[in-house]
Design a protein around this ligand. Structure first.
Ligand code: 5AD
Ligand code: SF4
Length: 338
């Protein structure tokens, strides 16, 4: 049954659900093997690294699961200035990494023009692709940032279940989120989306729909991340996601989405000491090390004990070596645009 599904080119919803429900050891082994095969077919043994700069932990939103939510008054907030951001970008580029991810909460204190200037400066000084991960912003802003040279936009849909979406994000609609992603794509951004796994009330069917939404959106990157309960949030007492379930979702996503970039998320590396190794073996081809100065990164506490290293490179090099994988040399653009 599982083998028959794995041999198909395009999977239907029920088939995706069947894979996600697999419990038998041999079935699970076959799913991971297939995911690894597909990863290797499209990406070989290259792993793309993306260096993250978390430049502001201020956020206008109140997502029930997130430690950066506006109503978390216990969190001390920061904004990096332009000089600090550029210095961090230099640190990333000095390691040979060729993608810079500018990440923040939804912080309108950084105006569209502020971000425009930062993109321009990075692009003029460094040979690097830029991924923006700034939440939902004005459509005009997306436009000028693209003109400034931004390459990609990461905006997770979090859950493809419209009802749950409204539960987790009071006053927000999945429909709008999808509208932003489609608009970003129409502007020529490579887009990234994805979900959180293990949120309250979520079912296997919802997770299948998350993978299907990524397929329908024709995303260039898709991230499947464990939920980790965060103090000072309404979900602080919930259970964290189970690592093996997350790995299974990543593998099934690789089988369904084929040539899409799939990262090992920081959250996976946080809940499992060997999360990166396991993720790379479950279909992932991207790692996103964090370069935010520790003083700030400690305050970017979406969830507790977030994995971050003063210098992430030595550990990464040894993980890649042990996994028989190598650091990709280019900017690692989407396979869909080449
Ligand atoms: N556990 C794991 N990931 C989380 N995020 C927010 N809160 C949590 C949590 N408690 C993720 C969301 C969002 C990104 C900023 O962090 O998926 O896209
Ligand atoms: Fe803000 Fe993103 Fe956290 Fe939601 S998940 S509160 S938008 S940082």
């Amino acid at each position: 049954m599982i083998q028959k599904i794995l041999n198909k080119k395009i999977l239907r919803r029920e088939e995706i659900i069947t894979l996600l429900q697999a419990e038998d050891k041999n079935d699970i082994h076959a799913i991971f093997q297939k995911a690894d095969e597909i990863r290797k077919k499209y990406f070989g043994d290259e792993v793309h690294l993306r260096g993250i700069i978390e430049f502001s932990n201020n956020c206008e939103q109140n997502c029930l699961y997130c430690g950066l939510r506006k109503f978390n008054r216990a969190l001390s907030r920061y904004r990096m200035n332009e000089t600090e951001i550029l210095q961090t970008a230099k640190k990333i580029c000095d390691t040979g990494i060729k993608t810079i991810v500018l990440q923040s909460g939804e912080d309108f204190n950084f105006s569209g023009e502020d971000i425009y200037r930062i993109i321009k400066s990075i692009k003029s000084e460094f040979d690097a692709a830029i991924t923006l991960s700034l939440g939902e912003r004005d459509f005009e802003d997306y436009k000028i940032w693209k003109e400034a040279g931004a390459d990609r936009y990461l905006l997770k849909h979090e859950t493809a279940n419209a009802k749950l979406y409204e539960t987790y994000h009071f006053g927000q609609k999945l429909y709008d989120r999808v509208g932003h992603l489609n608009y970003l794509k129409s502007l020529g951004y490579q887009i990234g989306s994805g979900n959180l796994i293990g949120l309250p009330h979520q079912t296997i069917e919802d997770i299948a729909d998350d993978i299907i939404l990524c397929r329908d959106l024709d995303v260039d990157m898709a991230s499947f991340s464990p939920f980790i309960p965060s103090p000072n949030t309404p979900y602080k007492k919930q259970k964290p996601a189970d690592v093996n379930s997350v790995l299974k979702v990543m593998a099934v996503a690789r089988i369904v989405l084929k040539n899409v970039h799939i990262p090992v998320t920081t959250a996976l590396a946080t809940i499992d000491l060997n999360g990166r190794e396991k993720g790379l073996a479950a279909g992932a081809n991207v790692i996103m090390p964090n370069f935010t100065p520790a003083f700030y990164s400690d305050k970017y506490s979406i969830y507790p004990n977030k994995k971050s290293d003063v210098d992430p490179m030595p550990a990464l090099r040894s993980i890649l070596l042990a996994a028989g994988r190598n650091m990709a040399e280019g900017q690692g653009h989407s396979l869909k645009i080449i």
